[in-house]
Design a protein around this ligand. Sequence first.
Ligand code: FES
Length: 240
Amino acid sequence: MPTLWTNLGLAAFVIYATIRAFWGSAYWVADYHYLTPFYSPCVSTGCTPEASHFGQFLPDVWWLPYAALSLPFLLAFRLTCYYYRKAYYRSVWQSPPGCAVAEPHSTYTGETRLPLIMQNLHRYFFYAAVIISVINTYDAILAFHSPSGFGFGLGNVILVANVILLWIYTVSCHSCRHVVGGRLKHFSKHPVRYWMWTQVSKLNTRHMLFAWITLGTLVLTDFYIMLVASGTISDLRFIG
Ligand code: FES
């Protein structure tokens, strides 16, 4: 992808996500139990109590997002992602800028020193991302609610599609590939792990695509819920 588009895409997402994370309203649709992923889990004492599926134990202060328990890990997971690394090493960090392009820094130290040595934490952020995906899945299931019981609308379609794509992005992670099939000497002795590794490997070849798609679906999901929660539009209901 051209450098300019990479820069613009990442910058637009970071700006949108930061504004929304500190917005503090229009994140919960009470009638249908829609909770935007940018506020999940909502663990601040400032959260709407019904939106706090896991309790409220963080103080309500302006510099702390309501989902302060998940957002830093999600941000770290994305920032240390192998695909994003490649993108911003070439477009922002300029080290290495690309094949056969002169290195602007006097020496190339790769990921052996601060701050880039922190990229090695990616495998741990992967585990955090799995837990957060489970929480997002739980939110999407709880959202099959209407004032009269079970129901679903366009918001459910968006929430479920978003969570499926988040799982695909997470499972296609290089660390996941290593977790399921790494450090095996003989695949033939581990047929189940070998099968899982081949499936993850297939997804892994499209990791860049899933990285961009999920940036888009996260914004779309949040934006739709913001519009419904603020009363700007009504949810298109199919049942209930
Ligand atoms: S390599 Fe992209 S999320 Fe792990």
